[in-house]
Design a protein around this ligand. Structure first.
Ligand code: FES
Length: 127
C-alpha cells in the first residue's frame, strides 16, 4: 500500500524576530535549510536551495517578494515559491510558519523527498 501523506516536524527558529524588514536568514530545519524572509512585516519561509543548480538563495538578493539567485539570476516569488524566469524551470518549496507561546516554528517534511528525475532527455532507442 502506498502512503501519500508525509510526516512533518515543527522546528524552532531562534532569533527569527530580529530579521529586519526586507532581510532574510537561513536556518537548519531537519533535512532542509530554510530561508526565512521578512517583507511588509510578514515572515515567509522557502527552501534555501535554488531549483536550477542548487545555489544558496540566501546569498542572492531579495527585492519585494522576489528573490534572485546569486549564480544565474533565476527569480522566485517567496509567497508561493514559483519561478519567474529561466534558467530555473521549477518552483522552490515553501514552508508553513507557526507561532506557539511566542516562539516561531517552521513546519517541514520529516524526510526530504527523493529527487524528481523530471522529463528527458529521452534515451535513444537501441538498434
Ligand atoms: S543555480 Fe540558481 S539560477 Fe542557476
Amino acid at each position: 500500500m502506498w502512503l501519500f501523506m508525509s510526516e512533518t516536524i515543527d522546528v524552532p527558529l531562534a532569533g527569527v524576530e530580529s530579521i529586519p524588514e526586507g532581510g532574510m536568514r537561513p536556518f537548519p530545519a531537519g533535512a532542509f535549510e530554510v530561508l526565512v524572509c521578512r517583507v511588509r512585516g510578514e515572515l515567509y519561509a522557502v527552501d534555501n536551495t535554488c531549483s536550477h543548480q542548487e545555489a544558496k538563495l540566501c546569498e542572492g538578493r531579495l527585492v519585494g517578494y522576489r528573490i534572485t539567485c546569486p549564480k544565474h539570476s533565476a527569480q522566485f516569488d517567496i509567497r508561493d515559491g514559483s519561478h519567474k524566469n529561466p534558467p530555473a524551470y521549477k518552483a522552490i518549496a515553501t514552508f508553513e510558519l507557526t507561532v506557539s507561546d511566542g516562539a516561531h516554528y517552521v513546519r517541514v517534511p520529516a524526510r526530504k523527498p527523493a529527487p524528481n528525475p523530471g522529463i528527458g532527455p529521452w534515451p535513444m532507442p537501441r538498434r
